[in-house]
Design a binder for this molecule. Sequence first.
Ligand code: NOJ
Ligand code: CA
Length: 707
Amino acid sequence: MRKIWAALFIFVLIAPGALAYQIPEKGVIYQIMVDRFYDGNQSNDRPFYDPTHRNYYLYWGGDLEGITEKLDYIKSLGVSMIWLSPINDNINRMAGISTPYHGYWTRDYKRIEEHFGDWKAFKRLVEEARKRNMCIIVGFVPNHSNPEDGGEFGSLYDNGTKITDFFRDEKNATVNPYTGSREFIYHHNGRVKNYYGWEMKSKSIFGLADFNQLNPWVDSYLKESLSLFIKAGACGFRMDAVKHMDLGWLTNFYAHAYSEEPLLIYGEYYRLDYGEDADMYDFYRYSNISPLLSIPIRNKIVSTLGFGGSFEELADYLHRYYSHFVYPNKAVNFLDNHDLPRFLSESRSKDGYHMALGLLMTLPGIPVIYYGDESYLVSREGRGDPYNRPMMIFNNTTEAARIIRTLAELRKESNALAYGGFRDIYKSYTTWAFERSFGNEKALIIMNKREARELNFDLNWSDGTYRDVLYGVEMSVKNGRAALKAPENRILVFSYAGKQERPLIGSVTPYLAQPEDRIILGGAAFGKGGRVIIKSGEEKRDARILEWSDGMIVFEMPKIRAKGAWVNVTVESDGKMSNTMKIRYLSGEQMPALLVVNGSYVNATGQLWVKGDIPELAEPIPLYRSKTGYYFQIVSLPRWATFSVRLYRGPAWGELEALNVTLYGRSNSTVILRRTPYSQEGHERWQLYGGLAVLSLVLVILSFRRR
Ligand code: NOJ
Ligand code: CA
């Protein structure tokens, strides 16, 4: 035994610092469409296989074993997380002209698609990735299964046992009296036509059988399936189509995942531009629960660097986008993906592409490199889906690969890039310089689209000469003035690491937590030990520390009496206090619930909101109006809670006006709010009865055993 302790002690002493994937902001994600990457096992290529790689709708052979074989190649780009397109078992038929080579038409969430491998191949990929300090993020599709009107017609299996299909399910569907939705395992409300509100959540997109996640069987099935990946070692998930699921249910789903591991989960909330409307307001509400892909900024970046347009305008656009995030550094940024034309299919400008790659790697947020970004992969046949998914060409010796690798390595070193703020230093139509700074660590990024030019600007860095990491361009700083010659069509990146004077938190993963969840803090100058303090108003708790190093702490979320939606986290080390970051707090074991307000309680028009006196309801939540005369929303509630809510009215982004209505509820799968409070003792009384019931059962069993 003593030997084991000694070995453990040595391990702790020599354990390396934080790995880039443990603190997602330090890392880079590599996105792979599994079928199109590398064929590591020819025995699973068929059926529906096109060895010529001409028909973009058939399988082309890529699989999990192929990815495992190519891990050293992926590693050579400096990336730390690999995001796989969905690998759950997909339908075994064509729907229309397509096979589900893309992985988005699931039939069994507990099995792996046989074209891609099996659980053993997945676990091996996870293990081999871990050996190389990388981890696996899985694409997961909880909004819908597969086409309802073709292929296998929404067939659904639970580890091989058929549960239902769309038409069989329709026979069991009934109308929910409060929401007006026809549903059972699936929703049966037709297709989404207007992309807002309840319609967007309860109708189907592209005719894909849309899950009714409030059905307890669906809820457990999806949670169990997600857990299989967590147990097999996935470090995160890319959640498909989150815009089409209720935030309340998603909160509950994520809380379930986070109670198992501190994962990186990011959602796909589809929205191609920025604007201050109700949809964008919702975008930020979703981002308060988990990171999102930065879809709204992608086109603006590509058009400015690929074609033309003003850096000033781009900078303002980006600042507006970032300004509403609680965690801007958790935005998941990308240039290319499987849904949009690749940059180089849209624009021929390689210089522009290289600058855009540099920008992607240095903006606030976690960069995603789409497979083949490093090798200038485009298809000759077309631009968008499916032609943005050609077979991979492996080449890590390009200029693009050099930029990715250099900046990926810098992100691991530079806390400014991983955790820093975002401030313009200089901007004009053709030139933009911005600074990322985190305490005394800084990075300066300069882009120039015009011919080479001398630049002079104020810069609060120590006097000296700095060398850009990409091209070796020198910048001199003297008395707070910087001078350099910026080359044409290049992005330059300068880095400066001063000594940190106090502990600083830069990253919280995840930032949604319930008591006992593990949370990873990334940052600087944490020293050798100290305290993590959780605060809400006057309430204060010390967290249990599980790991502590200078750049990373792992702690366990304590229970706290929190009033608001967020609690504060601070680190104390060596008598010095850190900055404060926020954690979205869930006050106990969660359950998904339908919250219902009787329409007769409401004497107002316009958008209605609800706000309550428990953390889960502390920020305004929009209510939908049903055809059946109710207002409702899906929320995640702590079990056994009694609470009160108030109603408000007003537009998203505007001032909310309180209506003089207070209503009361108690956790349940459907909570019909009422005018009179529930007694607090209720719960304790039920606990007592429950306890007595269990006790008598035990006594009965014991007495039987004795006989
Ligand atoms: C978004 C995915 O990225 C896309 O490829 C897919 O077809 C849809 N969601 C539906 O799952
Ligand atoms: Ca299959």
